[in-house]
Design a binder for this molecule. Structure first.
Ligand code: CUK
Ligand code: CUA
Length: 765
């Protein structure tokens, strides 16, 4: 096959190779030479060896990073730090057609706020779905701080399936955090506001009318969607709720949310008052909120919630009366709250304190059981004494923020924003074990599965806010810096700097790659955003164009290297709907669909059906084409949208086709077809002569190849029929089409053969 269809290409390559060889021979560089030339140390070499993933090999962990203001999620491998994908979440993403085809537009529209379209998000904290507190690799959640929303991403196809806007908050920083069986996705407000929609209240009434809160979004795992009707919130004082974490093990059923600015300061520097940052950090302590979410859910079921904007809210009064809400003082302007893997300890960092505080769940629970409270806050919420619930306070350094856990017992890592360090410490004994410098001003940090009940250790990613001098300069707006740190030994070792060119990612989660099992194709005719059969799907041969009034509806298909239909005719002002089904079953055979001028683009992965809709409000001729280089004849994967003036009629009959092919051409064509078939037969003989059935990927490729070859039968009949009429023009072109199908089949066949050879197939015949 390669020999025949690719002969010209192969010849070129040989000529090129010969030219290269005739030059002066240069002795290959040794490793030592390279180290010298690039000025690398033994330590650099070690780091390179620890992170390098050779071609064809894969990463051990997959990281899902917030894309910050880009409103997307980045996916990268660890330890290589190679970026694998950007997932469009809160923001349209043209490559994936996200926000361009009708069903992904509908997903984005779920995130409209009060009917307003929002095209960005300040995405912060991704969370992996959990089963019994362990990452299960099924779903990813992420919040948008600016426009209070949560997104659901299905990891079967890495697509965003749902956005849910918070009905009572105006901002949402403390999400997404999941309960141990992903019963709920937790999201807390940050900036207190009146909870009722479109309610104004002056800042002078902040203490009375402004409120914070925590929302518990019910997740239906079977449907893979959040169920707003079964979700609820707990009303909280207007303290700036910070991050949350769900209890686990002994603390399962509870959640913990810290806060800052419990001073309830409202600024006003323009009126001569001290600024926010002074007023919001005056007190020595703020409050950790402790909520019994399981009991809260029962209260909602008993009808004890109030409806605000159609959403269930447990008011503070009810929460206090029913004993589901408590406060514990925490020092000072804290940030980040993290449960230890066993669920026994709760770590809180005081941004403006040099300590982290480790609280004991056992002690908290004892105080609650005994009804032992030191006071009440201004809203009557019982306050449990800090001293009596503390397990340890450990001095770590300046600006402690977030904490993650190791696979090793009692070992935790905390980021030090001001010191630009990661500190490794023992939270059982309360002592520092090691420190390492990062570049610079670290926010979150992440260890592999480090917020689950089963952290995997090995690597830590430091998410640094500034990158100052690390990378080649690209203007005043610098990339972010994710630094990979080896934590497998006693001393931490910095391995790699990865510039992140997309927004300010706050948090990342890392999961063992083996837990992710995404598909490579959809069942033919699937709407990927609803996971249901798409009503616009058609099979090969069923393509059609339906016109009703000024509506033109196209039911088309895509397969290498062909768009059906090849022309779409419309009149100016028509509404055009194009449904496209990708008939491919071969892996990675995505087709794109673009129409210029009308802002139309779709990504149609194997098996997927998508719909694009637009108004052809401008007369003219508009080419449409496939945007993925999908085969050798990708550039020919094209068509024309003809938008005619109103009432247009052809002025002269269509001209007869110019005849250019002769009987000789037809015979030449047939010879080429026969030669190609011989090569295909060889490839097929090889494949069927080994245990190819043991390789599901190859079986899928073979199905696809057989599909292509089956099409030659009908085409051959057409060629022969034309030849009988001595219509050499038609006969030659149909014979060429036979060859097109053969090339596609051969292309797939060779891919299958290479795969089998590289993956150790055994001869069976
Ligand atoms: S926050 Cu960014 S560093 Cu928004 Cu998670 Cu702490
Ligand atoms: Cu399909 Cu290019």
């Amino acid at each position: 096959m390669r020999v025949i269809t690719r002969r010209p290409l192969a010849q070129f390559m040989l000529i090129g190779l010969a030219a290269g060889l005739s030059g002066t021979a240069v002795a290959a560089e040794s490793l030592q030479d390279v180290l010298k030339r690039r000025n690398l140390s033994q330590q650099d070499l070690l780091s390179a060896a620890k992170t390098y993933v050779p071609t064809g090999k894969r990463d051990e962990f997959i990281a899902f990073s917030s894309g910050g203001q880009s409103g997307q999620v980045l996916v990268y491998g660890i330890p290589s730090m190679r970026i694998l994908k950007y997932i469009g979440v809160f923001t349209p993403e043209p490559w994936q057609g996200y926000g361009y085809d009708e069903s992904s537009k509908a997903v984005l529209a779920q995130g409209n706020i009060d009917g307003r379209k929002i095209t960005w998000g300040d995405s912060h904290h991704p969370a992996m779905s959990e089963t019994q507190g362990k990452y299960d690799g099924q779903f990813l959640f992420i919040n948008d701080k600016a426009n209070p929303r949560i997104a659901v991403i299905d990891l079967r196809d890495f697509e965003t399936k749902q956005l849910v806007a918070n009905p009572i908050f105006k901002s949402e920083h403390g999400g997404a955090f999941v309960t141990p069986n992903t019963e709920y996705v937790i999201e807390a407000a940050q900036y207190a506001t009146p909870l009722e929609n479109r309610k104004f209240a002056p800042l002078e009434e902040f203490n009375e009318k402004y409120r914070g809160g925590i929302t518990y979004w019910k997740f239906d795992r079977k449907e893979g969607r959040i169920v707003p009707k079964e979700s609820f919130s707990v009303e909280l004082p207007p303290y700036s709720q910070d991050l949350s974490d769900a209890g686990k093990g002994p603390s399962d059923g509870w959640s913990f949310t810290n806060s800052f600015c419990s001073e309830r300061y409202v600024g006003g520097i323009e009126k001569g008052r001290p600024p926010y940052e002074a007023g919001c950090s005056a007190k020595d302590t703020d409050y950790m909120h402790v909520v019994n979410w399981r009991k809260a859910a029962e209260l909602v079921a008993q009808g004890k919630a109030k409806k605000i904007n159609g959403h269930n809210v447990i008011m503070m009064e009810t929460a206090i009366k029913e004993g589901i809400l408590f406060l514990i003082p925490e020092p000072k302007s804290p940030h980040g709250v993290m449960l230890s893997p066993d669920g026994k300890f709760i770590t809180v960092s005081g941004k403006l304190d040099t300590h982290v505080s480790v609280y004991s769940w056992e002690k908290i629970q004892a105080a609650i059981k005994a009804g032992r409270f030191e006071s009440k806050d201004a809203y009557g919420i019982p306050v449990i004494g800090m001293k009596e619930t503390l397990h340890k306070q450990v001095q770590l350094g300046l600006g402690p923020l977030h904490t993650q856990y190791d696979a090793k017992a009692c070992v935790a890592y905390t980021s030090l924003y001001v010191d630009s360090q990661v500190v490794k410490w023992d939270y059982c004994e309360g002592r520092v074990l090691d420190k390492i410098a990062v570049h610079y001003n670290i926010g979150h940090l992440m260890t592999m599965e480090g917020d689950s009940v089963e952290p995997k250790g090995k690597y830590l990613v430091a998410m640094n806010k500034l990158s100052i001098d690390r990378f080649n300069p690209v203007g005043p707006l610098h990339p972010q810096n994710h630094q990979l740190i080896d934590i497998s030994e006693d001393k931490m070792q910095l391995l790699y700097d990865m510039p992140v060119p997309l927004g300010e990612p706050h948090y990342v989660v890392g999961i063992e790659a083996s837990k992710l099992k995404p598909g490579v194709r959809y069942k033919v005719g699937t709407d990927s955003r609803t996971d249901k059969p798409h009503p616009g799907a058609v099979r090969a041969g069923e393509e059609k164009t339906v016109r009703k009034g000024n509506k033109v509806e196209v039911f088309g298909t895509l397969i290498r290297s062909h768009i059906t239909p090849e022309t779409i005719e419309a009149e100016v002002g028509d509404e055009i709907t194009v449904h496209l089904t990708n008939l491919e079953r071969a892996q990675d055979e995505t087709h794109g669909f673009a129409v210029g001028t009308f802002d139309v683009h779709a990504s149609v992965e194997p098996g997927k059906t998508v719909t694009v809709k637009f108004k052809a409000d401008k007369e003219g001729v508009y080419p449409y084409y496939c945007t993925e280089f999908c085969s050798a004849l990708h550039l020919e994967m094209q068509g024309y949208l003809l938008v005619k003036p109103k009432g247009w009629k052809p002025s002269k009959p269509a001209a007869a086709e110019q005849v250019v092919y002769t009987e000789d051409d037809y015979k030449k064509q047939l010879k080429k077809v026969a030669e190609t078939q011989a090569v295909i037969d060889q490839v097929v003989a090889y494949i069927t002569g080994v245990n190819y059935r043991d390789f599901p990927d190859v079986v899928a490729l073979m199905d696809d190849a057989v599909d292509q070859l089956n099409k030659t039968k009908e085409t051959r009949a057409k060629a022969e029929e034309a030849a009988k009429r001595k219509d050499w023009q038609q006969a030659t072109l149909w014979a060429e089409q036979i060859w097109q199908y053969q090339v596609k089949a051969a292309d797939i066949g060779i891919r299958a053969k290479n795969y089998l050879e590289q993956n150790g197939a055994r001869k069976t015949k």
